[in-house]
Design a protein around this ligand. Structure first.
Ligand code: C5P
Length: 222
């Protein structure tokens, strides 16, 4: 590869998307949010009233689904069978469903194949849970971005500025923890840093400091 693959992994709400968008802009790479693919498939399962726990049913669904990620300045536009679902996939029901369908090995294979095709020629920042461990174990740059759950929940709370009174900071922290538990404990491609990943804990850092560190890491590996 002439241009690198930059893999960014870590738990929910650590700031991976912000980091990916920033690095992509800085270095002229494409940013690809792999979580959006799991979210899009989960949305289709919800719309078709299917059972997230049924791996076969989910794979059947995937084989008749087209998901496209269009990198933007901030994040990705997500097209599900040609329809823009970028906003809808961020809703709580889709978030929870994405977490559940992502445990199924055949679904992961289906996703990983497409993600490899998207990133293979390099010049990409790919963000998710298994990029450095499974999708691109040979990525030129690997960052594992972490932060304490309370900090991630608090940042997410401030950033969503939810007008839904039921969404409290506490409920967000709880939701993040549940998703992380599922990601960390699944048998296939559990969330964990690759052996050769640089671990970046943003707990006591400002956004500017985190982005600065990430930029330095990428530069060192170019
Ligand atoms: O990153 P995001 O929160 O959008 O991802 C949604 C869900 O998709 C995560 O909770 C995780 O379970 C799953 N996911 C995954 N592997 C990835 C990206 C996301 O299992 N590479």
């Amino acid at each position: 590869r002439e241009r690198p693959v930059v893999a960014i992994d870590g738990p929910a709400g650590a700031g991976k998307s912000t980091m990916a968008a920033h690095l992509a802009r800085r270095f002229g790479f494409l940013n690809l949010e792999t979580g959006a693919m799991y979210r899009a498939l989960a949305l289709k399962a919800i719309d078709n009233d299917l059972d997230f726990a049924d791996a076969d049913e989910m794979l059947q669904l995937a084989t008749r689904t087209t998901i496209k990620l269009e990198p933007q300045l901030e994040g990705n536009r997500v097209l599900l069978d040609g329809v823009d679902v970028s906003r809808r996939v961020r809703d709580g029901d889709v978030t929870a469903a994405a977490s559940k369908i992502s445990v199924h090995p055949p679904i992961r294979v289906w996703m990983v194949d497409q993600q490899r095709a998207l990133g293979n020629s390099g010049g990409v920042v790919m963000e998710g849970r298994d990029i450095g461990t499974v999708v691109f174990p040979d990525a030129e740059v690997k960052i594992f971005l972490d932060a304490a759950p309370e900090v991630r929940g608090n940042r997410r709370y401030k950033q969503t500025g939810s007008d839904d009174a039921k969404v409290t900071e506490e409920s967000l922290v709880k939701e993040l923890k549940e998703r992380d538990e599922r990601d960390r404990n699944r048998a296939d491609s559990p969330l964990k840093p690759a052996d050769d990943a640089v671990i970046l804990d943003s707990t006591g850092l400002t956004l500017e400091q985190v982005l600065e560190k990430a930029e330095t890491i990428v530069r060192e590996h170019l």
